[in-house]
Design a protein around this ligand. Structure first.
Ligand SMILES: [Zn+2]
Length: 436
């Protein structure tokens, strides 16, 4: 057992539904075999557990591990290509790089870079868009398992309108996906997600095979893109001959509690109603939406229809792996929307980056806050002395103000330690092992 001593912030109760920030200035968190078994004041816990090894996290803040609900494994090397809308960016930037993952040696190197980048940013759980190549997806799951990342991912399938080498067939997509799911779904912290790239690049036959695979792998997840860009939306409508974008997935049984749709910047009310009824979730990716000029996310309409929303960094259209940056950008974009914008406070941002993601991924019982019974998936934000964040935290006017400063100023460099299931993860982040 280990007793952690820290200033702790989390959001066990949804701030969008009346909850708020939970703050303990000097908390004790007792962890046994990766689980939080007690939480209270440090003095109280220490008095009851005198012999337990104490890890004192002096200064900074202990937060739940971040949960990223939309990020592309093959795109770590193409972050930062600015100045293009979605379809041009895909053709000129993302898809040529995705094609390179046909080479398994290349894919292995990218997988290691990708997983270590996520963990360095403080992301402990992620729903990851895989690769079009099954051996590359296998490399991703292998790297995630090696580094301890809690991951849900799968083979991306497409059968039109990309590049020929990225296309598959309904049967081959099913067979390769099934083999990956047999190997990885439920293995350690890994789960399988059925992943057509988007309806634009998928025929009805391919989406039908996705529905079949989703049904044949119990507990599998489904993820794809939805309503990201106006040109994309109108092309999808033409290709499928009317109906909404969501209908393309819905008619194949792909809209449900275990579905996470990225973006949804341009939804109809009927689509929001359907998502809310199905208890499906939306991954909001604000830096990507701004970088590609996709549009302003209608958070108010999602909330009004009861659609669960969490954050995704959407690397490589997004501008980096940090969900602090995504939280800040979500806040900024809602400000830009004027009266339609949802005013977001620091508790909302932390919730979107942690508990909301856990909820979207069906992992809320395990992770998302630092309460008793949860896995100890946590990050310690401790900026270097003299940095603006360090100065801000030392002069913060209470926990809300401190958390607002973290979302405004923190980068991956400020994430000093990361734990998943109570195990320190990430390069150079290991703490001295306590006596058994
Ligand atoms: Zn994406």
């Amino acid at each position: 057992m280990i007793l952690y001593r820290a200033q702790v912030l989390d959001t066990p109760d949804d701030p969008f539904r009346g909850g708020g920030l939970r703050h303990d200035a000097d908390a004790g968190i007792l962890v046994d075999q990766g689980r939080i078994v007690e939480r209270g004041s440090f003095a109280h816990l220490h008095a009851r557990h005198r012999s337990v090894h104490v890890v004192a996290l002096d200064g900074g803040l202990l937060l739940p591990g971040m949960v990223d609900t939309h990020v592309h494994f093959p795109q770590v090397r193409v972050i930062g290509a600015l100045g293009m809308p979605l379809l041009e960016w895909l053709e000129r930037c993302a898809l040529p790089e995705e094609a390179r993952l046909a080479d398994v040696t290349y894919a292995r190197a990218v997988a290691a870079e990708f997983v270590t980048s996520l963990i360095a940013a403080g992301t402990t759980t992620a729903l990851v868009f895989g690769s079009h190549f099954a051996p590359a997806v296998d490399e991703l799951f292998t790297a995630a398992a090696r580094h301890g990342l809690r991951i849900t991912s799968g083979l991306i399938v497409a059968d039109r309108m990309l590049r020929p080498e990225l296309h598959t067939s309904a049967q081959r997509g099913y067979d390769e996906g099934r083999a990956l799911a047999d190997r990885w779904h439920g293995t350690g912290r890994s789960r399988y997600a059925v992943t057509p790239r988007f309806a634009l690049s998928a025929t009805d036959d391919l989406l039908e095979s996705c529905g079949q695979l989703h049904r044949d792998v119990p507990g599998s997840w489904f993820t794809s893109h939805l309503n990201e860009n106006v040109a994309e939306v109108s092309t999808v409508r033409q290709l499928f001959g009317g109906g909404t974008y969501l209908d393309c997935y819905d008619r194949h049984g792909l809209v449900g509690r275990r579905s996470v749709f990225a973006h949804n910047v341009h939804p109809t009310d009927a689509e929001l109603q359907r998502l809310g009824r199905a208890r499906a979730s939306v991954a909001h990716c604000p830096t990507s939406n701004a970088a590609l000029g996709s549009g302003l996310f209608p958070l108010d309409r999602h909330l009004a229809h009861g659609v669960g929303v969490a954050l995704g960094c959407d690397v490589g259209a997004g501008t980096g792996f940090s969900l602090f940056k995504e939280g800040l950008q979500a806040y900024l974009l809602q400000r830009v929307r004027g009266e339609e914008g949802v005013p977001l406070g620091p508790a909302h941002l932390l919730h979107l980056a942690t508990a909301a993601g856990a909820q979207a991924l069906g992992l809320r019982e395990q992770v998302g806050d630092l309460g008793v019974g949860r896995c100890f998936d946590a990050i310690w934000v401790q900026p270097a002395p003299g940095t603006p964040l360090d100065i801000g935290l030392r002069h913060a006017n209470g926990p809300d103000d401190a958390l607002a400063k973290v979302f405004t100023l923190a980068t991956s460099h400020d994430v000093a330690r990361v734990w998943i299931d109570g195990v320190p993860v990430g390069a150079g982040l290991a703490e001295p092992a306590p006596a058994a």
